[in-house]
Design a protein around this ligand. Structure first.
Ligand SMILES: Nc1ncnc2c1ncn2[C@@H]1O[C@H](COP(=O)(O)OP(=O)(O)OP(=O)(O)O)[C@@H](O)[C@H]1O
Ligand SMILES: [Mg+2]
Length: 431
């Protein structure tokens, strides 16, 4: 009891600075009955007092340190907010797209902007250095050209849009009279993707691709559509003319990105329609536009049979002008199979007519005699004949097509063919 009282008293007195000695003396006086208090020596109190003072000072120190740190934290937060704002500000205006060529050190890099000029620029410290690989596409600030952002999977929209997400609804059954050709294409394109071990067993490298050649309207694009319908692989289709670009290096970049997309999404099939747009023979005396197209072709040649293996990427190309194609494109190793899709023979014509008439409301149409009468017709012309016969039936207010309608349609088409000088140009036929 007494001891507790003393400590309360002692504490009170300590607070009362300046009268410590006196207070302690008073304390001992008040507690004169207690043996234990008497035993406490004067210097013990002084020591305790000192300790207490030291602790108090330390507390003060810590409190002021905390206040200091807190104000510092506030400052840093403010600064971070300002920097965030600055980054947002830098990103907001339209950025220039360029290609990273080299990273000099932690803060500097060399980039090539989209118009071809090379700059040394500063790097945004927030960008992960791992992402900065030569060849990556980057966004640059317009004024300072500093590297603001790394662009991911930066395929040109022409390239990324060429992947067929929705498969066409053309099946192999809808490609009439081309059974051998279908088999050849499937052997060269589908087999290496689905059963590569067959080729490994025999010890040959599977073919890289096929080139479909033949007159217009005989089913080249149609056949490719059927392949796209049946395959599980990614199907990428591109028309040759889309690869012909205006600026130097642009076409080559498109080809490179096209193959990079195909490799990324492998197994995949690339279909290059009308390849003659970029695959024409290279001549000496050409304009600058021609030279750019030739550069695009060279990139294509390098991609088809270059340093990097294509592995699970197969190529189907189609053209109706194989005669103007560059020799390098035709050599084995690039398109291992050149498949001719000819003007249909009588038997094939019969199948094509049968196929197109099957969806029509017909009565008494003799397919045999029609196929005999349409010698030299392409698949597209045969289809046009069927459509024309349907039109004739509609004009005479009937809902069924008769044999006479088809004969009349053939006559009309023949007339148009002879009018246009024997060529089967669409203008001549349908103009
Ligand atoms: N063998 C065929 N079986 C069925 N229809 C065919 C056949 N060949 C051509 N056709 C018809 O002709 C149309 C045009 O054919 P396709 O687009 O395949 O021609 P193409 O060979 O690619 O010609 P081009 O060289 O001019 O591009 C097809 O949509 C189809 O209706
Ligand atoms: Mg075509």
């Amino acid at each position: 009891m007494n001891l507790r009282f003393f400590f309360v008293f002692y504490n009170d007195e300590l607070m009362n600075c300046g009268h410590e000695g006196q207070s302690i003396a008073m304390g001992t006086e008040v507690e004169r009955n207690s043996e234990s208090v008497k035993n406490i020596k004067e210097d013990d109190f002084t020591k305790l007092e000192q300790d207490y003072r030291i602790l108090q000072e330390k507390t003060q120190e810590l409190i002021s340190e905390r206040t200091h740190i807190e104000s510092e934290l506030r400052n840093v937060k403010k600064q971070a907010g300002r920097l965030e704002e600055e980054v947002r500000h830098l990103r907001a205006p339209p950025l220039i797209v360029g290609t990273l060529q080299d990273v000099l050190d932690a803060g500097r890099a060399i980039v090539r902007s989209s118009n071809g000029t090379v700059f040394q620029v500063s790097l945004n410290q927030r960008i992960d250095p791992e992402m900065l690989k030569p060849g990556t596409r980057v966004a640059l600030n317009q004024d300072s050209l500093s590297l603001v952002e790394v662009l991911h999977d930066a395929w040109d929209p022409i390239v990324s849009g060429s992947e067929m997400v929705e498969k066409p609804d053309i099946t192999y059954d809808m490609v009439a009279g081309l059974d051998d050709e279908i088999l050849s294409v499937r052997e060269a394109i589908e087999l290496p993707l689905t059963k590569p071990h067959l080729f490994a067993k025999v010890g040959i490298k599977p073919p890289k691709g096929v080139l479909l050649v033949g007159p217009p309207g005989c089913g080249k694009t149609l056949l490719a559509k059927a392949v796209a319908h049946h395959t599980k692989a990614t199907f990428i289709r591109m028309v040759g003319s889309e690869l012909a670009q205006k600026y130097i290096g642009e076409g080559g970049r498109l080809v490179r990105e096209l193959f990079s997309l195909a490799k990324d999404k492998s197994p995949s099939i690339i279909f290059l329609d009308e390849i003659d747009a970029i695959g024409a023979k290279r001549l000496d005396g050409s304009t600058s536009g021609d030279r750019e197209v030739q550069r695009t072709l060279m990139q294509l040649l390098a991609e088809l049979d270059g340093f990097d293996e294509l592995e699970d990427v197969k190529i189907i190309a189609a053209t109706n002008r194989p005669d103007i194609l560059d020799d390098a494109l035709l050599r084995p190793g690039r398109f291992d199979r050149i498949i001719e899709i000819p003007i249909p023979e009588e038997k094939s014509r019969k199948e094509i007519i049968k196929l197109h008439l099957s969806s029509m409301n017909c009565k008494g149409v003799r397919i045999d005699s029609i196929s005999k009468a349409t010698d030299g017709y392409s698949g597209a012309e045969l289809k046009a004949t069927c459509v024309e016969a349907g039109m004739i039936a509609i004009r005479s207010n009937r809902d069924t097509v008769t044999h006479k309608d088809v004969v009349l349609a053939i006559e009309r088409l023949n007339k148009k063919k002879t009018q246009s000088g024997g060529t089967s140009s669409p203008e001549g036929l349908y103009g």
